[in-house]
Design a protein around this ligand. Structure first.
Ligand code: ZN
Length: 314
């Protein structure tokens, strides 16, 4: 079932759990992620980011992600992570992505507000949702995502008062915040500013997003979610799990790729399912499905009519 961020994040915010975004630049990743979501009965957000296009072009990725989401037995959001250019966001919306992130976090405040407000109007006209970022989440060295390495990340932490103003002005559906998190693998254990998460959660109405989730401890996630995080982005952990599985399965230079594909899919599935359990999104698929159906009255009527028909025929 293909849904939007609001369908999965509003119930998550209300009931204090988080939904993971897992990037899927190839079929092994996509199959592992969907399989984990169906097995754990978890809503899920799946997609790609602009910096990952060299590994899977946006259009090509859309050809499998969107049909897979529609056929999935659980609610799936197809999301563009870190759209950096206006044209990229527009292209994703035209291809049928149900959600985008327009990352203008390196622009000055007024420019960030202006560009994201304009894009929010466009995304909403497509029936899609949009995530913005205020403050700036930097990158750990060697990260495949994001766009900048920061000498002192605390200078770029999200200001709670500005966050409230930003959300009201731009009309974003979700807000990515900088609270000590960074993209890629952490060299030193990160220190999250949980007080800041709580203050921002109390001052803005929309669900909050934590980027750079790979490498945080289980306790970090649990506390961050308790204080108000509703979406967590994970890529590095599943990216590495796939390769470790392929490497351990590799025995012979003359064997083909088909010997390695099932190992990669299974490793991605296990890693993703573990995160879903940790974020407490396990078993929450029905909540998101109901939210999605109440937003789509025609679909709801169709389901009820079919059920009544079945009863009448039996
Ligand atoms: Zn990010």
């Amino acid at each position: 079932m293909l849904v939007t961020l609001n369908d999965v994040l509003l119930p998550a915010k209300k009931n204090k759990y988080a939904v993971g975004l897992f990037n899927a630049v190839n079929m092994e990743l996509a199959r592992g992620i969907i399989s984990a979501a169906e097995t754990t009965q978890s809503p899920v957000i799946m997609g790609t980011a602009e910096v990952l296009f060299p590994y899977g072009p946006l259009e090509e990725v859309s050809y499998y992600l969107i049909p897979m989401a529609k056929k999935a037995k659980v609610p799936v959001v197809i999301h563009l992570d870190h759209g950096l250019k206006k044209e990229t966001c527009l292209k994703a919306l035209e291809l049928g992505f149900t959600s985008i992130m327009y990352d203008c976090s390196t622009d000055d405040y007024d420019t960030n507000v202006k560009k994201v407000k304009e894009m929010a109007e466009i995304a909403h006209s497509f029936g899609a949702t949009i995530e913005g970022e205020l403050g700036h989440v930097g990158d750990n060295e060697g990260s495949a995502e994001g766009s900048s390495h920061l000498a002192d990340p605390s200078k770029f932490f999200t200001d709670p008062k500005m966050a409230k103003d930003y959300v009201e002005k731009t009309k974003v559906d979700a807000l990515a915040i900088a609270v000590g998190n960074a993209h890629g693998a952490y060299k030193l254990p990160p220190k999250l500013d949980f007080d800041r998460i709580r203050t921002i959660a109390n001052s803005v109405g929309v669900p909050l997003v934590l980027h750079g989730g790979s490498g945080l401890t289980d306790d970090d996630f649990k506390t961050a979610i308790k204080e108000g995080i509703s979406k967590v982005n994970i890529f590095t952990d599943i990216n590495i799990a796939a390769v470790k599985a392929e490497f351990s399965k590799f025995t012979d230079m003359n064997k083909g790729i088909i010997d390695l594909i099932p190992a990669a899919v299974e490793a991605v599935k296990q890693e993703t399912a573990a995160k879903m359990k940790l974020f407490s999104s396990e078993g929450k698929a029905p909540y998101s499905a109901i939210e999605a159906l109440t937003n789509d009255v025609d679909k709801l009527v169709e389901i009820v009519v079919n059920e009544v028909r079945k009863k009448l025929n039996s």
